[in-house]
Design a protein around this ligand. Sequence first.
Ligand SMILES: [Zn+2]
Length: 174
Amino acid sequence: MDIRFVILFIMMIVLIGWVIFCGVQFVRSGRQIIVDANLKTRVKCEKCQMEYEVSKEELSRSGMSKSQSVTKTELHHGILVRRRRYLYYAKKFRCPHCGKRRYAQILNLEELQAMTSPAALRTGLRWLVIMCIGGFIILILFGIPMNLAERRHENRVEEMRQQRVEELLEEFNK
Ligand SMILES: [Zn+2]
């Protein structure tokens, strides 16, 4: 097997791993922002219409959710950003009235979005930059052995060509 394919294969795995790592960090920091934003969330049970409050931890915990949103492209500090705006967001919480996990609509969605979006945007951009820089570093690091392998391969081809010329010369001199 050509060493260059091995290098390329390992590089792909490292790159994919890196992108996944950054993605996980991004999602995690996004969740952290919701936890950090110091406000109570009012929700309304879709089954019994009862209104109750949920903790920040409960809100940021992953689970079944359904939503309706629109994406709008806005100019933000000189860069175009696609911003998702939720019109409706419901998540399964334990309803104190029903005593079961039911879908509850988040009522203070506007407030929540206004508070979290600039911070989320900054963190998102930060992880995007880290991802790009890391990606370049990986490419450069793997470029060194790749270049060496390439040169070795070229040398081998050159050697083979030389050998063939010599063989032909020998044949000719006979
Ligand atoms: Zn209920």
